[in-house]
Design a protein around this ligand. Structure first.
Ligand code: ATP
Length: 435
């Protein structure tokens, strides 16, 4: 269903998915903190991605590189010279905009002034700091604007230590920083965000086939995340708009509540990066085919995924409102493996007799799955709360439990309830959750 950003932002704040960063100090422009449920959802997404694209494949390995890299990396990659956005400023109120995101013929969105924008200038998005006690140019380093470059720079060491043969890929999940001119739309565009990226090294003659294979794998992942597929669109980036390193790029776009925008990107980066790092470091990066003895610079297919944009697409796809007995039930229909809380144990009353069974049961289940324990308010209200955070199963302990040693298990999506013997509960949940 279509959901407004307002509803998503409110639910995220009140239920503990995502909060404004540094809130008690009035926040810090467009920074966001993941709360107790947000961190679980984010971790589940990253784990599912790592399992699908790294550990379950024989042709993939992972790294976790330092966030600050030698500045020569950014010179060789072209980021220092070209990682820019066109910046314009309103001459009246000095509000700054990305020139490619507004109509320059229209009035300033903030003060309404007409014919007001300065000529566009190039604004570099790299965030700078310095290492060590001297604050000068020799100590300048940059927060990485993408995780990709470490996979190129580490390529020779990864290849020799892991003894992989082309085609193979290196993956990484981690933070990236961009001094975006206009961050916004909640977690969609931030200055500090997280990426999941793959650099897949291939023989140049293989690129078209590999490109299609990776595009299909990215679509498969989207389905597994429960993201509404009718809201997904592939955009073939026109030749004259391609990034300096790319020969073909497909942006996978999603209908976010604020419009159709890039969710992921898939690029054929040719041998641009390995060749440039080879030249700039003076250490040529070559691969020798063990069968044909052919020596060549591997080419690269790059599937790039934003963690935060995945989370936003998952949240907006999972959001449902349903009419139940004259009331509206809000339910987050997360795929079970992504749900932040898998099971909630709810004693029907606060009486000790029930807590004595329910609390140890919750402790037992928590050893396997993220488990919630809630004994306040009516059972109906507690079910609604669990629906709102997307918990697939609620387990109710009632007075009958003391007699028949069984509990009631309620399914989030169907709301059907089933009596399950306590001795069989773990097996039952394991089968239903698939983990
Ligand atoms: P955009 O055109 O939206 O600025 P981009 O083309 O610059 O994005 P890439 O450089 O291809 O983005 O980065 C790869 C992925 O990282 C994107 O597909 C997106 O999921 C994510 N991403 C990029 N910039 C941001 C940001 N500022 N905040 C959150 N996620 C981002």
């Amino acid at each position: 269903m279509d959901v407004s950003m307002e509803k998503i932002v409110t639910l995220c704040k009140t239920r503990g998915f995502i909060f404004p960063g540094s809130d008690i100090y009035g926040g810090l422009a467009n920074s966001w903190d993941y709360g107790p449920l947000g961190v679980e959802l984010k971790n589940n997404i990253k784990q599912a991605w790592w399992k699908k694209f790294v550990t379950s494949r024989l042709d993939m390995v992972g790294i976790d590189a330092a966030l600050l890299m030698n500045p020569k990396v950014w010179e060789a990659s072209g980021h220092l010279a070209t990682f820019t956005d066109p910046l314009v400023e309103c001459k009246n109120c000095h509000e700054r905009y990305r020139a490619d995101q507004i109509d320059l013929k229209k009035a300033c969105q903030k003060c309404g002034n007409k014919d007001t924008f300065t000529e566009p200038s190039s604004f570099n998005l790299m965030l700078k700091t310095w290492l060590g006690p001297k604050e000068d140019a020799t100590a300048t380093v940059y927060f990485r604007p993408e995780t990709a470059q470490a996979m190129f720079v580490d390529f020779p060491l990864v290849m020799t230590s892991s003894r992989k043969r082309v085609p193979f890929g290196i993956a990484q999940i981690g933070k990236a920083f961009r001094n975006e001119i206009t961050p916004g739309n909640f977690i969609f565009r931030q200055r500090e965000f997280e990426q999941m990226e793959i650099e897949y090294f291939i023989h140049p003659s293989d690129w078209e086939k590999q490109f299609e294979t990776w595009l299909a794998a990215m679509h498969e992942w989207i389905v597994e995340c429960g993201i509404t597929t009718s809201a997904i669109h592939d955009l073939e980036v026109p030749k004259d708009e391609l990034a300096h390193y790319s020969k073909r790029t497909v942006d996978i776009e999603y209908d976010f509540p604020f419009g159709k925008k890039e969710l992921y990107g898939l690029a054929y980066r040719t041998d641009f990066d390995l060749t440039n790092h080879g030249k700039a470091s003076g250490k040529e990066i070559l691969y020798t085919d063990p069968e044909t003895n052919e020596k060549y610079v591997p080419h690269v297919i790059e599937p790039s995924f934003g963690v935060d944009r995945t989370l936003l697409a998952v949240l907006t796809s999972a959001y449902h409102e349903e009419a139940v007995e004259d009331e509206t039930r809000v339910v987050m229909k997360f795929p079970k493996h992504l749900a932040p809380v898998k099971v909630a144990v709810l004693p029907l009353s606060k009486k000790d007799e029930l807590a004595n069974v329910a609390y140890p049961l919750a402790e037992q289940l928590a050893k396997r799955w993220r488990t919630d324990y809630d004994e306040t308010q009516s059972i109906g209200k507690r079910y609604r709360r669990q629906d709102e955070i997307g918990t697939p199963f609620c387990v109710t302990v009632d007075f009958e439990t003391l007699e028949d040693k069984a509990v009631t298990v309620r399914d989030r999506d169907t709301m059907k309830q089933e009596r399950v013997p306590l001795a069989e509960l773990e097996n039952y949940l394991s089968k239903q959750l698939g983990c």
